[in-house]
Write a protein of this length. Structure first.
Length: 207
């Protein structure tokens, strides 16, 4: 009988100990979970701050480019793209129909862009040439296709900024998209006029 009571006593004594051990394990698990949650929250806050900073930087850049295009005039505008805001120069400002030789009005526009680039020496530039969908006719002896024409126009802008305005060639690269990226319908004259353009994407060196 005495042994039975001893066993019962040991069991009752062990129960609080087991409860204490289990409580410690649960507390440790809870602390681990809380720590992980805190890390997740900090990471999410950091991502939000980074996103907010990127948005503010994009808004600042857009405001600068809007001011620049107002000074350029002639239908120059700022357009939002997936890569960021771009300076949009109508083809009629820069070139005669079917050609890639920069006109007087185009040189004036590019001088203002060069002034901006000199004021922002850390920026990089992507120069994109675009056309409408009409086959090249007037100057088909010069260009096999609209892709060739759009690339030639982007290259003319590049050469002007490098040779006439002394912008470092390493800050720029070009692309010719021909009719592949229209911003308006190619079924009417107004839409075609909008599609004939050169766009300059301004990027910071860290983008």
């Amino acid at each position: 009988m005495k042994r039975n009571w001893m066993r019962i006593g040991i069991v009752f004594l062990a129960l609080p100990i087991l409860g204490f051990v289990q409580g410690c394990a649960e507390l440790k698990e809870l602390r681990t979970a809380n720590s992980r949650q805190a890390i997740t929250i900090r990471n999410q806050m950091a991502e939000l701050e980074a996103t907010r900073g990127q948005r503010e930087e994009r808004d600042r850049l857009r405001a600068e480019l809007e001011d620049l295009t107002r000074r350029i005039g002639g239908g120059a505008d700022v357009r939002d793209t997936i890569d960021g805001p771009v300076i949009q120069l109508p083809g009629a400002i820069l070139f005669g129909s079917g050609y890639a030789v920069i006109q007087k009005e185009g040189k004036s526009a590019l001088r203002k862009i060069a002034e901006y680039l000199r004021s922002n020496p850390s920026t990089l530039v992507r120069i994109d040439g675009h056309t409408d969908a009409d086959p090249v006719k007037k100057s088909k002896y010069l260009w096999d296709s609209n892709h060739h024409l759009s690339t030639g126009r982007a290259l003319s802008v590049f050469k002007y900024l490098v040779k006439k305005e002394n912008i470092d060639a390493r800050r720029m690269h070009i692309a010719g998209y021909g009719p592949n990226r229209p911003i308006a319908s190619n079924k009417n004259k107004g839409g075609k006029r909008q599609n004939r353009r050169v766009e300059l994407l301004i990027l910071s060196a860290t983008d």
